[in-house]
Design a protein around this ligand. Structure first.
Ligand code: FAD
Length: 494
């Protein structure tokens, strides 16, 4: 049975809503509505799964509520003919400590495979659409051009951002860097360096960069790019290796499943899927959570992992502090489109291509080989208004956008999740707008009475990545566990 989420298209089936995944949970509910749980976790993405498992292992009674019919949130994979197309979070790396720890825990470090295949003898190809002309270059040239532009773009301090963010995981240092660069948008920075870039550098780099932030250029903070750059060891080779290279052969949903199964295996975790939370009412002693269908659930503490862009859709009593609500209403800016194609061209396995600024899909590369021996391409579309793509309403345009990357491309299948229109995400990975880190990050992390917040969208380390979600789920679960244990201890001595 497929999940309700995602779409796939083939010539034979046309567009079909719902994609099979290992993340689908059935039966969809196993809980006791009259029970008072120690902790109620809202959201079954990586932050919520980590918190649920850790709290259960520490002997707390946990209830997990999730609006979707599956686990994984913004990281989940299809299981189409046993093949994983990653619909959201995909690439991971051993430089990311929290995800790596999870892969070790479930004996999955041998499950990594490489997405882009650049060294295919005689077949490696890169295309660049520039001023209406399709250029063919090599992967080495592609790297040279983008690296050269990237360094000019990043080098605000003559030290490739090292003086601005010397310790990317240390928030104190981070905040100093934030103050100097957070107000600047990507558009502002491009204006500063545009004259230093060759036309080819500008075209290819903009096409590449557009998909890192997935926002309109004046709505994406330049600081966020500096932060990524610092996390990725201040150089282009590591940026590509860490950000866009290693993925799980078994798909992200296999990892999410391990975490969920371990949590369930403790006997301490109940759950209810297809349960969208509507209100959270904290009476100071207990918190009552009501779902859209009117069911109520109670717990001593809440771990809320709802994504930034939809936090404002939940009613909190007492109301959330102004800064939290304001940040959610403004939202992060990333509305990137991610789309997969199975193409009947094995030679495209080594493709890398940009089509900017007018391509409906801006950037693509070979991501794998399907069970049928076809090439699997992953592509991203930018958020520029004149090219914003909605694959489910316009399959033909989506196919043409793939075909524009290379002559002779034959699209057999499309697979995608439209994050822009997803009511439980309203966007892709976190990319804050200019000034938002300075004004809102701290406030987003603060608790509200018995409600604690964990999310990749407001984590300290790899914010916007799977690693950040796991880090923050772990942080909050430790706080909650200590509090609940201290409360039991106090009670015993009262
Ligand atoms: P989520 O995964 O969003 O989990 C929150 C959960 O809350 C969701 O399951 C949601 O359904 C649920 N929820 C929302 N509203 C309600 C409600 N009212 N009631 C109940 N439940 C609710 N990261 C990487 O590390 N590498 C990558 O390559 C990468 N690529 C990405 C590509 C895309 C297209 C996207 C979208 C993300 C990508 N990311 C990547 C980022 C990564 O996927 C996220 O940062 C991470 O998965 C977020 O985890 P989370 O638990 O904080 O939030």
């Amino acid at each position: 049975k497929p999940s309700r989420d995602g779409f796939q298209w083939t010539e034979a089936t046309g567009l079909v809503a719902g994609v099979p995944t290992l993340g689908l949970i059935q039966p969809s509910s196993h809980c006791n509505k009259g029970k008072i749980y120690d902790v109620l976790v809202i959201g079954g993405g990586y932050a919520g799964l980590t918190a649920s498992r850790n709290l259960a292992l520490a002997d707390n009674q946990v209830l997990l509520l999730e609006a979707r019919d599956r686990i994984g949130g913004r990281s989940w994979s299809s299981n189409i003919d046993g093949y994983p197309y990653e619909m959201g979070g995909t690439w991971v790396h051993w430089n990311q400590p929290f995800i790596w720890n999870e892969l070790r825990r479930y004996d999955m470090t041998g499950q990594l495979e490489v997405s882009p295949r650049k060294n295919v003898e005689g077949g490696a190809r890169v295309t660049v659409m520039m001023d209406g002309e399709l250029l063919h270059i090599s992967h080495d040239e592609e790297d040279e051009v983008i690296e050269s532009a990237f360094k000019k773009f990043i080098n605000v301090d003559g030290q490739f951002a090292r003086s601005i963010i010397p310790y990317p995981h240390d928030i104190e240092f981070n905040m100093k860097g934030v103050l100097s660069c957070d107000k600047m948008s990507m558009a502002d920075r491009m204006t500063q360096v545009a004259s230093q870039l060759t036309p080819l550098e500008k075209n290819m780099f903009e096409g590449f960069l557009a998909i890192t932030h997935g926002a309109k250029w004046d709505e994406a903070s330049f600081f966020e790019l500096l932060r990524w750059w610092a996390l990725m060891n201040y150089n282009y080779a590591d940026f590509m290796a860490i950000g866009l290279t290693y993925k799980l052969r078994c798909g992200q949903s296999a990892l999410a499943r391990h975490i969920f199964d371990e949590a369930r295996g403790t006997g301490q975790v109940d759950y209810s899927f297809s349960t969208a939370v509507a209100t959270v009412n904290d009476n100071g002693d207990l918190v009552e959570v009501t779902s859209r269908d009117g069911s109520t659930f109670r717990a001593r503490r809440i771990v809320c992992t709802i994504p930034l862009n939809v936090l404002h859709t939940i009613k909190f009593v007492p109301t959330l502090p102004v800064l939290k609500t304001e940040a959610s209403l403004i939202g992060h800016a990333n509305q990137v489109v991610k789309c997969h194609a199975e193409v009947a061209n094995p030679e495209m396995r080594s493709l890398g291509a940009t089509n900017y600024p007018d391509g409906k899909l801006t950037y693509t590369f070979g991501d794998g080989t399907t069970p049928a021996g076809n090439t699997h391409l992953v592509a991203f579309g930018s958020s520029l208004p004149h090219v914003h793509l909605s694959p489910q309403t316009d399959v033909e345009t989506t196919k043409k956008a793939f075909e524009a990357f290379h002559p002779g491309m034959r699209v057999k299948r499309l697979v995608f999740h439209n994050w822009h229109e997803d009511e439980f995400a309203r966007g892709a990975w976190e990319w804050l707008r200019p000034g938002m880190t300075t004004k809102y990050l701290q406030a987003l992390r603060e608790r509200h009475g018995n409600v604690l917040f964990a999310s990749s969208d407001s984590s300290y380390g790899w914010r916007g990545f799977i690693d950040g979600a796991i880090e923050d789920g772990g942080r909050v679960s430790r706080v909650v566990d200590q509090e609940l244990k201290a409360a039991v201890h106090r009670h015993q001595f009262d």
